[in-house]
Ligand binder design. Structure first.
Ligand SMILES: [Fe+2]
Length: 247
């Protein structure tokens, strides 16, 4: 049987339907894009809110956390982490010490005298507190609780709170751990003068394979990573001197 030839009218209707379908599809796509943009904006606002909260209770820790996040960026780049993992790493680095906002830690963190055994045991609870606070971010940043809970674990299993070792420790936590110590030793604290950048790199190298993942520490030999870390330490020092001088 011969197929019937479509009439001019039905071709016009078909054309209109295709155009309408295309427009509806474009409107749908634009709507999805708009929603994604909006949810990203809300997410950034939420992270900023948490950081501001941390900053109003403990500005020293908030400035430290910003620098730790900046230090993790070139490592994420060197490792070519997928964008979603990079985003989770950055948010985890920004908020890894969020648990320190808990009142019971404040006097321990800012103590000018050596900590007692009880205080040392107590401060070791802060990664779990951070994990608890960040748990609602899990749908956007899977594993973020486990990452912040593990930022004081050591490659050889001697860290806390769970004594995880090697690759049992999430990669993001292993990166944060190196950046965390680098910032802690290169910036002035109540109980120590800062190390020079070179002394800090040397200290990290010494602890590679015991405290730190040696593969992460090895990335600090790359000129672009090394230079960026040195730059962050220098501008951090300037900021700390400015802020602490004013205080
Ligand atoms: Fe910490």
């Amino acid at each position: 049987m011969l197929a019937s030839i479509p009439s001019r009218r039905s071709l016009e209707l078909l054309g209109a339907a295709v155009v309408a379908g295309g427009l509806a599809g474009a409107a749908f796509t634009a709507g999805v894009r708009r929603e994604r943009r909006e949810s990203k904006r809300l997410h950034r606002t939420l992270v900023q809110l948490l950081l501001n909260t941390l900053s109003s209770g403990d500005p020293v820790t908030a400035r430290h956390s910003r620098r730790v996040a900046d230090l993790t960026d070139p490592i994420a780049g060197a490792l070519e982490l997928p964008p979603r993992e990079q985003a989770t790493l950055r948010v985890a680095a920004l908020l890894h010490d969020m648990g320190k906002i808990d009142d019971r830690f404040f006097h321990i963190i800012h103590s000018r005298s050596p900590l007692s055994k009880r205080q040392r045991a107590e401060i070791k609870q802060h990664p779990c507190e951070s994990a608890h606070i960040l748990e609602p971010l899990e749908p956007v940043h899977p594993e973020i609780s486990r990452i912040v809970a593990s930022h004081h674990e050591c490659w050889n299993g001697s860290g806390y709170p769970n004594g995880l070792a090697g690759e049992e420790i999430p990669l993001a936590a292993r990166i944060i751990s190196v950046a965390d110590v680098f910032d802690a030793v290169t910036q002035p604290r109540a109980y120590h003068d800062p190390l020079s950048v070179e002394e800090a790199f040397e200290a990290l190298r010494e602890d590679a394979g015991s405290k730190f993942d040696p593969a992460i520490v090895a990335l600090l030999e790359r000129p672009e990573v090394r230079e960026r870390w040195a730059q962050i330490a220098r501008s951090g020092l300037e900021e700390e001197e400015r802020v602490q001088g004013r205080a």
